[in-house]
Design a protein around this ligand. Structure first.
Ligand SMILES: Nc1nc2c(ncn2[C@@H]2O[C@H](COP(=O)(O)OP(=O)(O)O)[C@@H](O)[C@H]2O)c(=O)[nH]1
Ligand SMILES: [Mg+2]
Length: 285
């Protein structure tokens, strides 16, 4: 039985819309979540992206365990051949890096245009990724950069849905959503943990139990400390609810409440900086 449900009809439509947009660009910026680099990276992107040059961002790296950012960047680079960088809302420098990487990645295409006798033009790029990984935030940050750099010049205002970031780069101002088409339930569970899956597709207690299991595997000490459990106490939704004194009528522990608060504390980094996946578990080929 599967616990997290997919809607194949929506997926086909979303994929078609995404392909139409991808046709318009030279370079693709794919955003993933640094806490689950494997599960938030779309495995068929090479095909979906028509083999166009692509920059992969491991975003929300302010919430991930910094020890694992580099190994995961190396892993994704090995699997895709793409440049991979860690980014986050709190890192102001990464926007410049994104822009310069996009320019770098388009050099060959621009050279070819010139050889064909075509007019030089700015590199066109767009941001894609699964839900909630930070696509809109990344677009907003890029667009803000555009204002400060080119605001005073004439002729660089918005034209249709393209935003001129600088004289070399134009950005499509809406993201491409990669439908979370996953038949792997463990991957789906981790996507639910980072809020990348609609909340009505799963039961919060099921997802929270899965998250507890992963956290106990990799961050046992930290979780015990966070909730105040000793070495040999069992940690589950009931024991957390009891500890917090979240009790329903008839003295039943409020496991629903425990699950919702656990998920939100994990998602906003209150519990700590955690990465839920390890390269060793996937680096088999
Ligand atoms: N901590 C943290 N939160 C982020 C980061 N990037 C985006 N977010 C938050 O994640 C949520 C989803 O971001 P959004 O850009 O709307 O994701 P989208 O669905 O991919 O467009 C929002 O609450 C953002 O504020 C980041 O680098 N760090
Ligand atoms: Mg968005």
């Amino acid at each position: 039985m599967s616990h997290i449900h997919w809607y194949p009809g929506h997926i086909a439509k979303a994929q078609k819309q995404l392909k139409e947009k991808l046709n318009l660009v030279d370079v693709i910026i794919e955003v993933t979540d640094a806490r689950i680099p494997y599960s938030s990276w779309y495995k068929n992107t090479n095909e979906l992206c028509l083999n166009k040059p692509r920059l992969i961002l491991m975003n929300k790296s302010d919430l991930s365990d910094s020890e694992y950012n580099k190994p995961w960047a190396a892993f994704l680079n090995k699997k895709t051949g793409c440049k991979v960088i860690s980014t986050s809302l709190s890192n102001k420098n990464d926007i410049n890096l994104i822009i310069s990487e996009v320019v770098n990645l388009s050099k060959e295409i621009m050279q070819k245009r010139i050889l064909k006798g075509l007019m030089p033009r700015p590199t066109r790029t767009m941001v894609i990724g699964m839900p909630n990984v930070g696509k809109s935030s990344t677009i907003n940050r890029l667009v803000k950069r555009a204002k400060t750099k080119t605001g005073a010049k004439a002729g660089v205002t918005r034209q249709q849905q393209w935003v001129r970031i600088n004289d070399k780069v134009e950005l499509l101002d809406t993201p491409g959503i990669i439908p979370t088409v996953q038949d792997d339930q463990f991957q789906a569970l981790k996507l639910a943990c980072v809020n990348s899956i609609g909340e009505n597709a799963y039961d919060s207690e099921y997802v929270a139990c899965g998250l507890i299991e992963i956290l106990l595997k990799y961050y046992n000490q930290e979780i015990r400390k966070y909730y105040g459990f000793s070495e040999n106490e069992e940690i589950n939704l009931s024991s957390i609810a009891l500890k917090k004194n979240w009790i329903l009528k008839n003295s039943i522990p409020d496991t629903k409440r425990a699950s919702l608060i656990l998920l939100s504390s994990f998602r906003d980094g209150k519990m700590g900086k955690f990465t839920l996946e390890r390269v060793e578990d996937y680096d088999i080929i």
